[in-house]
Every structure is written in C-alpha cells, then in structure tokens.
Design a protein around this ligand. Structure first.
Ligand SMILES: [Zn+2]
Length: 67
C-alpha cells in the first residue's frame, strides 16, 4: 500500500465528492486549531468540519459555526 505524504488531510478525490450537509456547497481544506479541517465554501453557511483520523466528520450537529 503506497503511503501518500502530500500533506493533504484527506484524499483529493474524496474531497471532490464531499458536500456540506447543510447547504450542499463544496468543501475546502483548512487548518483548524486542533488540526486539518474542512470548511464550507458557501459564505452564507461557512460551517467548519473537523477531520478525525483522516475521516471528515460531516455532521451539522458536530460542525462549528463561524464566529
Ligand atoms: Zn455549508
């Protein structure tokens, strides 16, 4: 099994198909206080999802809202 060390927190193909469960917008890689995160690209939504062991937690209840 090849190990990728590109620095991407999740696989690019996976991020491509992931959508914000709240608004269906795309997600972008971001750096959070506790590690890599995925942030909704919709400025009106902007929810921030954490990534646990490479698995994005795309739950609205678990997401952080922007300040
Ligand atoms: Zn959203």
């Amino acid at each position: 099994m090849a190990e990728q060390t590109t620095g991407a927190p999740i696989e690019p193909w996976l991020r491509e198909i992931l959508r914000c469960p709240a608004c269906r917008s795309g997600l972008a890689d971001a750096d959070g206080a506790a590690g890599p995160e995925l942030h909704c690209t919709n400025a009106d939504c902007g929810l921030q999802y954490r990534i646990d062991d490479g698995v994005p937690v795309l739950l609205v209840d678990e997401a952080r809202k922007p300040a």
